[in-house]
Design a protein around this ligand. Structure first.
Ligand code: GTP
Length: 357
């Protein structure tokens, strides 16, 4: 299929430049997150191939330091910056500690990654796709994951694509643990989320959509199971009702390429949602931070004045304390003002010399 180069996702990030001209649309960042083996890396390979085939411009970043080989050519690869095995040896860490520390080390340089992503290109990038470590918690519940997510989200329209291994979640309890994971990531990042039910070539995903829409359908699937875990899953399904309500979900197959266009259309919708909801939140957070800083400065100043009043320094003008004056007349710099002072002093000296004579 031939696709136009302007997509909803790309348009969502467009904005006026400081020069008044319309700036190039910003690419949409897709953070691909999912449990180990859900098919993240294979899916990114498929997305990459699909973008090439449809003449869209993508940029791929690998954030998994422990992956042995990649089936796609990454534009930025964490393994070029941090050698995970060396980190393990150097800090005497196990595999997970090694991955976590490597991600943390990489996060300290992430401003450089953002700069590379922001570099103007012709034609401009439309998508930045980010592969994350297989151990989901290493990215989602670590300092580095938070830094990377926030840096992306404050620079580009960003969404989380949560990959689900569809054949594995046909078990209602496994489904529940996946949904809880996705839900916690949604509330932590507050970014738009897209559920990608992968491997639909093996098991169709419609049952999962049913479970999300219909509580009775989900409880019916659990009916035969009277274990404590099943009872818990039933109760949790009620709690997740509001999570399911506005969730976007697409069935895809990294193997056959099914669902790629629908996925990109939903990515576009997520980018719009980012603009509509996340950007105002971001602006509000910035304004709150500035207001807090202003309040802190005011309190500090009041405290300083109170301390000075207590020690009777602030009552009148202290010796050597004068009014704050602007240096020199307009157009005369500090050096000029200094020169004027020197000249005046010289004049005074000359007058004194004359008096002496
Ligand atoms: N049938 C089928 N197999 C798939 C699909 N996507 C991935 N796989 C297989 O699932 C296995 C895991 O895929 P990966 O892409 O390595 O999964 P991952 O989530 O990146 O794995 P980690 O990095 O270990 O978390 C591989 O054997 C893939 O070939 C799919 O759409 N259909």
């Amino acid at each position: 299929m031939e696709a136009s180069t302007s997509t909803p996702a790309a348009d969502a990030g467009a904005g006026p430049s400081t020069s008044g001209q319309t700036a190039a649309p910003k690419p949409t960042v897709i953070l691909v997150i999912g449990m180990a083996g859900s098919g993240k890396t294979t899916l990114i390979q498929r997305i990459n191939a699909h973008l090439h085939a449809t003449k869209r411009h993508g940029y791929i970043i690998n954030m998994d330091p422990a992956v042995a080989s990649l089936p796609y050519g990454a534009n930025i690869d964490i393994r070029d910056t941090v050698k995970y095995k060396n980190v393990m040896k150097q800090y005497n860490l196990g595999p997970n500690g090694g991955i976590l520390t490597s991600c943390n080390l990489f996060a300290t340089r992430f401003d450089q990654v953002i700069q590379l992503c922001e570099k103007p290109r012709d034609p401009p990038l439309e998508y930045i796709v980010v592969d994350t470590p297989g151990q989901i918690e290493i990215f989602t519940w670590s300092a580095s994951g938070a830094i990377v997510t926030e840096l992306f989200a404050s620079s580009f329209p960003t969404l989380v694509a949560y990959v689900v291994d569809t054949p594995r979640v046909t078990n209602p309890q496994t489904f529940m643990s996946n949904m809880l994971q996705a839900c916690s990531i949604l509330y932590k990042t507050k970014l738009p989320m897209l559920l990608l039910f992968n491997k639909v070539d093996v098991a169709r995903h419609e049952f999962a959509l049913d479970w999300m829409k219909d509580f009775d359908a989900y409880t019916a699937a659990l009916e035969a199971d009277s274990s404590y875990a099943a009872t818990l899953s039933r109760s949790l399904a009620l709690v997740l009702d509001s999570f399911y309500a506005n969730m976007r979900a697409v069935g895809v197959s990294a193997l056959t390429g099914e669902g790629m266009e629908e996925m990109l259309a939903q990515v576009g919708e997520c980018a719009k949602e980012y603009k509509e909801f996340y950007v105002p939140e971001l602006e509000k957070a910035k304004a709150d931070k500035a207001a807090k800083e202003q309040a802190r400065q005011t309190t500090e100043m009041a405290k300083l004045q109170a301390d000075m009043a207590k020690s009777q320094i602030g009552g009148g003008e202290a010796e050597g304390q004068g009014k704050v004056r602007e240096a020199g007349p307009a157009g005369v710099g500090a050096a000029g003002a200094r020169k004027m002072e020197v000249d005046e002093d010289e004049d005074e000296d000359e007058a004194e010399d004359e008096d002496d004579e």
